[in-house]
Design a protein around this ligand. Sequence first.
Ligand code: F6P
Length: 556
Amino acid sequence: MSEINRTSAWSALKAHAEEVGKRHLREMFHDAPDRFQTFRREAAGLTLDLSKQRWEQDTVDRLLELAEQAEVPEAIRRLLAGEKVNISEDRPALHTALRLPEDASLVVEGEDLVPGVHATLARMDAMVERFLSGQWRGATGKPIRDVVNLGVGGSDLGPLMVTNALVDRRPDASHPVEVHFASTMDGSQLAEYLARFNPETTLFVLSSKSFTTIDTLSNATTARDWLLARLNGVSREEGVDRSLVMRQHFIGISASPDKMAEWGISSDHQLEFWEWVGGRYSLWGGIGLPIALVIGMDGFRELLAGAHAMDRHFQTAPLADNLPVMLALAGIWNNNFLDIRAHSILPYDGRLEYFAAYLEQLEMESNGKSVTNKGEAVEYSTCPVLWGQLGPNAQHAFYQLLHQGTQAVECDFIAPLSRYDDVTDSATRAHLMSQHRLTLANCFAQSRVLMLGDDAIDDEGPRPGHMRYRGNQPSTTLLLERLTPATLGALIALYEHKVFVQATIWGINPFDQWGVELGKKIANETRDIIEKREGVEAMDASTRGLIEAAWRTSDQ
Ligand code: F6P
C-alpha cells in the first residue's frame, strides 16, 4: 500500500470535504429526515447513531473506499489470526484470544493458544472462589477483606474502570472482598489505605506486565514493609514468619514469572500472561482478577463473551455495517478532512466514571504516533487529543467550550437505555427511574444543541453574540440496552477495534509505546542526582533550579 495520503480515495475525500465542509448539520437533517435510519448501526447489544456526524452517504462511500485502499479487511484478518501486527516488537497482538470460548482454537506458530487462556481463567476462578468463601486467609488466619491492586496504566485503568462500572453486579458471597486501587508513585492512594486497613486482612495484587515499573514496585515495597512490620509475631502463638506473610498477602500478575519469583511472590499465587497481550489490552486475562473479585467469575465470563461477540461482528460484518470500522471512519473524517483534532468522551451514567480515563490510554498511547510502519514521518494528523468526563458533570464544567469555544470538538455520548427497573423499593425505583430519564434527556439535548445550534430553540428573536450557538459540532451517540458485563465487554472491544482500524489507515503501529520510555530513563537519572546530590551542573538551568529548590526544602 502506498502512503494513505497518496491514494485516490484520500484525494477524493479532500475534494469532497471542500464541498461537504461548507454544509451545516441542520441543513443535512432538513434535506434527509431519515438520517437516523441511514446512519444507525447495531451489534452486540449496542446501537451506534452516526447521523450527527457532518457527513453524507457519499462521504461514507468514499471513506469505505479509503478503508479498502488501506487494506482494512486484510488487516482485520491478520490481527485476529495472530499474525505479527505489532511490527516494531515483532509479535502478534492477541487480546482477542483472551476472550475466545473454550471450544474454539487459535493456532499461532504451531500452538493452540486457547487451552492456556482457559487454564489461566480456571486458576482465577479457583482464587476468586477462595476469596469469596472466606478461605483465603491472611498470615494470622483471618479471611482477607481488602484487596489492593498495585498497578498503573493498563495494569490499573481497565480493572479500575470495569469494577466501578459493574459494582452493582456483585454476586452473593459469604465473604465479599472490597477491591481498591493504588497507582501513583507518590504513594498518596496507598498511604490512605495503610492508615485505614487491618494488615491481617489485607492482600496486595501486584499487577505489572513487565514487573519493572517503578511506580508499582515502589508502592509494593512500601506495602510489603508495612505488612512485615505489623504482622511479624502478631496474634498466633507460633508467630508469623516472613514467608507466610509473603505467601498469604501477595498475588502477582505479570508476563515475567522470574521477576515475580525474585520479588517474593510464591509460584502458586502468580497469574502469568503473555507478551502478545499489550498492557492496555490486558483486562481480559489475569490483570482482570480485581474485576472477577467484584463481579464474580460468572460475571467476568459474561464480560469476555460480550467482547467476543464484538470480535465476531468485527470479523464478519461488511465494512459498511461494521461498528468499529464506522466509528473509526467518523474519526478519520473529522480529524483528517474536517480538521477537528479534539475528541471528548461523555458517558451519561455515573458508573462509567473512569471510562474516559481508560480510553485516554487506549487511544492516545496506541495511536499518538508520528512515524509510519515504514519508519517515515506521517504527513497527516493521527490520534486527536482525547479527554472526557461524566457528561452530566462536564455540562457544568467544559461544555461551554464545546458550545461556544473556538475549537471544534468531536463528542461521543454514551448512555444505557434502561436502568433502575430492578430496584426493589417501589418509591425509590420511581425516583431513580425518573432521574435516569432526566439524564437521557440531557444526553440527547446536548447532542442536539451541538448539532443545531440556535435552531434548537423556537424563539426567533435576534440575540446578542454571546448568547449564540453556532452548532454544526459532530457527535456520535452510543446506546447500550443496559450496562451489563456483556454490553460493557462489547463497548470496550468496539473502541479497541476502532483504534486498530484507525492505525491501519494511518499506517502506524498501535501496539507499541516507545514514546513513554525516554521519560522513564531520564527520571531515573534525575532521581540519582536528587538522591546523591551529584551531577546537577550537567542539567539545564530550569531543571537545575527545580532540583536545588527540592534540596533546599529537604534541608529545612
Ligand atoms: O509506561 C507506559 C506503560 O508501559 C503502559 O503501556 C503500561 O500499561 C504501563 O506502563 C504499566 O506497565 P506494566 O504493566 O509493565 O507495569
